[in-house]
Write a protein of this length. Structure first.
Length: 165
């Protein structure tokens, strides 16, 4: 095997998007994507790069990045389409692209699993509950105490809730 070649990674079974659902603007989505083999790779500078990529991808693909949390082995985000042409698939592609290329260039390994989980926020869903779930992820994982601030969480909902002083 060529030592310069990146080895293939195991893929998730196909997780099709909702049949007949138009994944286009006007919707909010809870998105989760994982590191390859669920390895805890996202810390320090790499987590910072993922945050930067999330913010850039949201701006480039016409989404409001309401809430995000970068965990050691996965990323949660809650996004709201700002444009009728906004695509969550393009958002995820943009999020993964830069950190994934940099990681592969440095390690010759894949950073991400190829797919992602999405849940359309439906009428009757409470976006605040979804946001709280995302922000509480580090507490549930035992990585911090209730009331602490996770360094790789944020979003426009978080920024709006911080008192201006």
């Amino acid at each position: 095997m060529d030592e310069n070649r990146v080895p293939p990674i195991k893929r998730w079974p196909n997780r099709p998007r909702l049949k007949g659902f138009a994944y286009d603007g006007g919707h909010a989505y809870h998105i989760v994507f994982n590191t390859a083999e669920h390895r805890p790779l996202l810390g320090g500078e790499l987590a910072d790069a993922v945050v930067e990529s999330l913010v850039g991808a949201a701006a480039a693909t016409s989404f409001d990045l309401l809430v995000y949390t970068v965990m050691p082995d996965h990323v949660h985000s809650l996004i709201q389409a700002l444009d009728p042409d906004a695509s969550p698939v393009k958002f995820v592609q943009r999020c993964k692209q830069r950190p994934g290329h940099a990681y592969r260039r440095n390690t010759r390994q894949h950073l991400w699993l190829p797919s992602f989980y999405d849940r359309v926020v439906r009428r009757g869903d409470d976006a605040r509950e979804i946001a709280a779930y995302i922000l509480d992820n580090p507490v549930r994982a035992g990585l911090m105490q209730e009331g602490d601030v996770w360094p790789h969480s944020g979003g426009t909902l978080v920024e709006r809730s911080i008192p201006q002083g």
